[in-house]
Design a protein around this ligand. Structure first.
Ligand SMILES: [Zn+2]
Length: 147
């Protein structure tokens, strides 16, 4: 786990999930023949007018996976965080594109359907109420999480 000092105090809810354990389980279950990748929480960036959120990323140069720190909260289910870790591991294995092969592999994650359903219902937990109001006002569907 990272122990960097942050410029602003984090909300009390943050700091719930043990990322290393969640990542180890994904590696052990799905990617055992590949090396273990470093999985870290990203840095907290305070942005008020969030319209979309990048929940995870994979860096091809460092082979490191970053997970958005807003997910480190008790109202975020562990399986959802693991779905993102699984997705980013797939980028390590299959490259940057989201092609047919990628989507097929994504289905192998045991809670794939639950994860899609969870984010569909709870994206606004992450984007905030303001984004929900803006989306309604303009009758636009909430932007799906990018990762
Ligand atoms: Zn992706």
């Amino acid at each position: 786990m990272e122990t960097q000092s942050l410029p602003l105090p984090l909300p009390a809810l943050v700091g719930h999930h043990h990322l290393a354990s969640l990542a180890a389980e994904i590696h052990r279950t799905y990617f055992l023949k590949f090396p273990t990748l470093q999985v870290r929480w990203g840095h907290q960036i305070i942005r008020k007018k969030r319209r979309s959120i990048r929940l995870g990323s994979y860096n091809h140069d460092t082979t490191e996976i970053r997970i958005h720190p807003l997910l480190n909260a008790p109202n975020i289910p562990a399986f959802f965080i693991q779905s993102i870790i699984h997705h980013e591991y797939l980028h390590h294995v299959l490259g940057p594109g989201h092609n047919r092969r990628f989507h097929k592999q994504e289905l192998l994650f045991h809670y794939h359907r639950e994860s899609k359903e969870w984010i569909r219902r709870n994206l606004f937990l992450l984007l905030g109420r303001k984004a929900r109001r803006i989306a309604r006002l303009h009758e636009i569907p909430p932007q799906l999480a990018l990762f």
